[in-house]
Design a protein around this ligand. Structure first.
Ligand SMILES: Cc1cc2nc3c(=O)[nH]c(=O)nc-3n(C[C@H](O)[C@H](O)[C@H](O)COP(=O)(O)OP(=O)(O)OC[C@H]3O[C@@H](n4cnc5c(N)ncnc54)[C@H](O)[C@@H]3O)c2cc1C
Length: 477
């Protein structure tokens, strides 16, 4: 019997896990990856003597049956003696460090008595308001935050930071953006203070990590795909999907400056939806392209700063909540895996978000570095400029799908338009426009392969399953 031929677009966590699982199901798979390496945003790069991820990419371990099944299936890909880490995150607020997720007692005793009183007063007011006049519909992130935390705590911990990350006032961001912090209402913050956990689906404390960087996980997956006589093609950018009434029949890609074609029975795509829509030949209806153009991505500059000291902090990430900062977050790769950085040096990764039409997107690396350095010097960790050994700047154009108010009015027609092609199935952070993490995308990769093995390349049924999945994530489940 002839093996079903499937083309997978993108070799990030979602695409590779789909291709690996499809290989296990005995299908003929070709993965097309535009980049020169696998891993997508979950990739380790080398900068001089340092190995660093795009911000340390730890694999979340949740206490759910789904998470356990994913970890069990992919454990061998983590290599010898993988690290199992406890979440090490801090926030810097008004010049002090707090553990994250927040513990209430620490916040209330850390801020001034007047501010602590305001936090409690606002929270009680918001709780009473919710009890006596519950909102009929919650539109914005700001409405969600003020209702759950009270105005003062919301502004301090989420309002300023989120507006900087998303580049919009939080009154213009959908409450769906709260998916990752949905359990961060004051009740849960207080419960955590007493060691009582919130929902395990959103709240996790453990990570897994390959000792030499996250790339190993995805390189091992690519090896497993190739070992079953399948292909993972690098420097191979998909440019056109040619379709007939039965669906996509040929995928055209460019490699070494030359266009090549693959015949296929179906396509699994993890590409950003606007890019995917623009590749369809003949095009999808104009309304689908118009809606796709309204889906925006926030971009990220990553500024790596090597310091001539063995270590700066004890943490994996430090979130910068205060107004004076321009950057969002700093991470220290060595605290995730000491095997990646020379013993007498440390390497920081500082994240700065922007739009692609902001001047900063095209600014010289040195100018971007200067912004990050200015913030680093005022974090209070005692860094001096002459400690900097070197810096390196890189960028991710489509780092975060942006949930503007009513973004679903554009997303749903795009997903419906794309999945009206019978044998085209999308998944992943960009393929679903879902702000999720790697474990979720590996899960989706495995799910799409099982769906194809069980039902064939039925895109309508896949879309139905994905809309239900996204709905759960939007509810923080
Ligand atoms: C700064 C930052 C830190 C993060 N930290 C963590 C973390 O610690 N833990 C965690 O779990 N998650 C983390 N994430 C999220 C994580 O990166 C994503 O969930 C994950 O990478 C998404 O996987 P994906 O396969 O859907 O997309 P991607 O990783 O973006 O992969 C898509 C792939 O498609 C390729 N591609 C694009 N266009 C084409 C084309 N035309 N032809 C062929 N290939 C193409 C791209 O090159 C890319 O390799 C972080 C994200 C960011 C931005």
């Amino acid at each position: 019997m002839q093996r079903r031929k499937i083309v997978v677009l993108g070799a990030g966590p979602a695409g590779l896990s789909a291709a690996w699982r499809l290989s296990e199901h005995g299908m003929a798979v070709t993965v097309l990856e535009r980049d020169s390496a696998v891993g997508g945003m979950g990739k380790t790069i080398t900068v001089g003597p340092y190995a660093v991820d795009y911000g340390p990419h730890t694999f979340h371990v949740r206490e759910t049956a789904e998470s356990r099944a994913v970890i069990e299936a992919i454990k061998p890909f983590f290599g010898e003696d993988p690290l199992v880490l406890t979440r090490g995150t801090r926030v810097l607020l008004r010049g002090k460090e707090y553990v994250y997720p927040l513990e209430m007692l620490q916040v209330l005793t850390g801020v001034s008595p007047l501010l602590a009183a305001r936090i409690m007063f606002d929270y009680l007011r918001a709780t009473l308001k919710s009890a006596f006049a519950p909102p009929t519909k919650e539109h914005s992130f700001e409405e969600w935050g003020v209702r759950n935390l009270g105005r003062t705590l919301y502004d301090l911990c989420f309002g300023i930071y989120s507006a900087r990350v998303w580049g919009l006032p939080t009154s213009q961001i959908s409450s769906k953006q709260a998916q990752r912090v949905a359990k961060l209402n004051l009740k849960n913050i207080i419960l955590r203070t007493f060691g009582i956990r919130a929902d395990p689906a959103t709240y996790f404390t453990k990570y897994m990590y390959p000792r030499r960087g996250i790339s190993l996980l995805y390189e091992s997956m690519a090896d497993a795909i190739r070992a079953r006589d399948n292909c993972v093609l690098l420097n191979a950018a998909a440019v056109r999907l040619e379709r007939a009434s039965e669906g996509i029949t040929r995928v055209v890609f460019r490699q070494d400056g030359r266009e090549q074609t693959i015949e296929c029975d179906g396509v699994v795509s993890t590409l950003p939806l606007p890019a995917l829509v623009s590749m369809m030949q003949p095009p999808l209806p104009a309304s689908v392209s118009a809606h796709a153009a309204r889906l925006r991505y926030r971009s990220l500059k990553l500024i790596y700063i090597a310091l001539k000291r063995p270590r700066l902090t004890d943490y994996h990430w430090v979130y910068l909540l205060d107004e004076q900062f321009t950057v969002n977050r700093m991470s220290e790769q060595k605290n995730v895996s000491a095997d990646m950085i020379p013993s007498d040096r440390t390497m920081l990764c500082i994240e700065l978000s922007c739009w692609r039409d902001d001047p900063i997107w095209c600014a010289a690396d040195e100018d971007v570095y200067r912004i990050a350095l200015k913030d680093l010097l005022q974090m209070g960790y005692g860094v001096a400029e002459d400690e900097v050994e070197d810096y390196y700047v890189t960028a991710i154009p489509t780092a975060y799908p942006v949930y503007e108010l009513n973004f679903e009015d554009h997303l749903i027609p795009v997903l419906a338009g794309v999945h009206s092609v019978p044998n085209l199935l999308t998944l992943g952070r960009h393929g679903l426009f879902l702000n999720n993490s790697m474990d979720d995308n590996v899960l989706l990769g495995m799910k799409v392969a099982d769906h194809i093995a069980d039902n064939g390349l039925v895109s309508a049924a896949w879309l139905e399953q994905m809309l239900a999945f996204m709905n759960l994530r939007f509810q923080g489940k």
